[in-house]
Ligand binder design. Structure first.
Ligand code: CA
Length: 475
């Protein structure tokens, strides 16, 4: 695409400036502005406000604040908006995606993991790619064959497919560059599990980051990082320990073996069902802390008494885990829902922002997971700074002001007390996949919250572990 000469000149100046000062490691604010989105996507995402006409990654920037500085549409003229174009999708199934826009081209993923490239100004289809996701896999996922979005990186677009592939396409032509299966045979469980991929992939530092879903079907969560150029697996982080406390030859081994394993009963049903903890939505790279944050899901099976004999916090379920982008090495974690038995995933959108706390500017993570509490954490260390409920909730009396650990309502611990529990939030959460946003103008975070209760019950006749992949293990 032709760029204005002035923009080209500014790019060149930016690169020249960088060449003189970037030999040493400097804070990211010192790297060149006006990076070209098509050849230097990482810098372009960091400096997204220089080209606000683009939407280069799932949450617009690495902060995932989703705030657009564009002002041509405003409060005075929004009422005059009229339909400019529409593109009729070839399915009536659900759409949950955020399209990307790169220099006038819109990249949208649709149901059944299909990819479309459209002229953003006219809606004209430029190319389409159908990965031919097998139709019989639809019953292997809990919540429709949706796809929440793609990632763009240096001339390629990347997306996951519902049957677990990660696909790289040439962004200009839509031609396949590479495709890999992200779902390994699970050595610790001795079988292929029923993982599905519907989340948006992210790219940082030349690595494509992809998680998966499937905790309700018996899964052991993990996130993988693939080389964006070649599709070669770079690292993998499991969110639940190996059931024999053995290494998986993964970067997560040492944290899982020393920290996580002892938070599980060695004889619980998790040893057969994988334990859950799938990372199906939020994976965020933070250039300021130089960390990748993983948002970890619920336990499998749901029933804590069966899953872990009613013992332990079950790390890293219901947690945010920070790892190094180059290796996947564990750095810190913060568990929002220990002893999960309510499907209280912490997979919801992770957002970073800078805010004053006690007169000091802090770089923080803000998070509104399913459990109904809004958390503020130090982004570099995971330190709990504050937490309050953002919807009505009845499962906790509050959070410990020092540690952030929930103070449980004893009635909510239905798998331990054997009684039914009418909980709110329920399994759909106070906040789910719908993205929240932050306005630097108001200083407010806007959460698409919901109030949906659920009747939690213990399985009649006791839990029977299934050995058949793809069978629901709901309770
Ligand atoms: Ca779930």
């Amino acid at each position: 695409m032709t760029r204005p000469a002035s923009a080209k000149r500014r790019s060149l100046l930016g690169i020249l400036a960088a060449g003189t000062i970037c030999a040493a490691s400097l804070p990211y604010a010192a790297v060149p502005a006006y990076a070209d989105a098509q050849t230097d996507t990482g810098e372009a995402i960091i400096h997204a406000d220089d080209h606000p006409e683009n939407w280069l990654s799932y949450g617009r920037t690495y902060t995932e604040q989703r705030f657009s500085p564009l002002e041509d549409i405003n409060r005075s003229n929004v009422g005059n908006l009229k339909l400019a174009w529409f593109y009729d999708l070839d399915t009536n199934r659900g759409q949950e995606g955020t399209p990307l826009v790169v220099d006038g081209v819109m990249y949208a993923t649709t149901n059944w993991s299909k990819m479309k490239a459209l002229d953003a100004a006219t809606g004209k289809l430029l190319w389409a790619y159908d990965p031919r996701t097998p139709g019989n896999i639809a019953d292997k996922g809990c919540c429709d064959t949706v796809n929440r979005g793609a990632a763009y990186w240096n001339g390629k677009v990347y997306f996951g497919t519902f049957d677990g592939r990660l696909i790289a396409l040439d962004a200009k032509t839509g031609k396949l560059v590479w495709s890999v299966n992200t779902i390994p045979k699970d050595a610790s469980l001795g079988q292929q599990r029923s993982y599905t991929v519907d989340g948006a992939v992210r790219v940082a530092k030349g690595r494509v980051l992809i998680g998966n879903g499937g905790s309700e079907f018996g899964a052991r969560g993990f996130v993988s990082a693939y080389d964006a150029e070649t599709g070669k697996l770079d690292w993998r982080f499991y969110t639940v320990p190996n059931n024999k406390n053995q290494p998986d030859h993964a970067a997560s081994d040492s944290a899982l073996m020393t920290k996580a394993y002892k938070t599980w009963s060695p004889t619980g049903a998790w040893t057969k069902q994988g334990g859950g903890g799938t990372v199906w939505d939020s994976i965020v790279y933070d250039p300021e802390a130089d960390l990748v944050y993983l948002a970890v899901g619920n336990g499998s099976p749901w029933n804590y008494k069966y899953r872990s004999d009613g013992i332990g916090d079950n790390l890293f379920l219901g947690s945010i885990v920070a790892v190094k982008p180059e290796t996947g090495e564990y750095v810190w974690h913060f568990q929002e829902t220990p002893m999960d038995q309510w499907d209280y995933t912490s997979v919801q959108q992770i957002m970073t922002l800078d805010m004053p706390i006690n007169g000091e500017k802090r770089h923080v993570i803000v998070h509104a997971p399913k459990n109904g509490f809004f958390y503020i954490l130090d982004a570099k260390t995971g330190e709990f700074l504050s937490g309050n409920n953002y919807v009505y909730q009845n499962w906790a009396q509050g959070l410990d002001p020092k540690t952030g650990r929930p103070i449980y309502n004893p009635d909510a611990l239905y798998t331990l007390n054997g009684k039914e529990w009418y909980g709110i939030p329920g399994d759909l959460g106070g906040h789910n996949f719908a993205a929240m946003a932050y306005s630097p103008k108001t200083g407010l975070v806007y959460i698409p919250g919901q109030q949906v209760p659920f009747l939690y019950k213990n399985q009649v006749g006791g839990f029977k572990a299934t050995r058949t992949p793809g069978t629901l293990v709901w309770t």
